[in-house]
Structure formats: C-alpha cells, structure tokens
Design a protein around this ligand. Structure first.
Ligand SMILES: [Zn+2]
Length: 59
C-alpha cells in the first residue's frame, strides 16, 4: 500500500524537504509544509486510504 506523508498542522500533503548545509555531517533532513509553512523533523506518515479519514479531522 502506498504511504503518504502529511502536515500535522493542516493535513496538507504538499511537503518539501529542506536540508541545512550547516548540519551536513549529521545529515539532518527537515521538512516544510508549503501550505501553512510549518517546519519540523516529524511529519506523520500513513496509508493513502487512512489519509482520507485523517484529512476529515482537519476540516
Ligand atoms: Zn501545513
């Protein structure tokens, strides 16, 4: 089953990876939501079918 990652704040799937050059040794990858601008290390992941249920909670 296909996995989707979504924003914990607004539920958007429009997420991009941002990497900070300063932390290249640790290779810390952060992600950012393009919709609401939320940034963080943790973005939840779920099955595509469950995602439909989850997005209902955000409305
Ligand atoms: Zn968001």
């Amino acid at each position: 089953m296909k996995k989707v990652r979504f924003c914990p704040k607004c539920g958007s799937k429009d997420i991009e990876d941002i990497y900070f050059a300063l932390y290249f040794i640790a290779a810390i990858g952060r992600k950012r939501c393009r919709k609401c601008g939320y940034q963080g290390m943790f973005f939840p992941e779920c099955d595509e079918e469950d995602y439909k249920e989850i997005t209902k909670k955000f409305k």
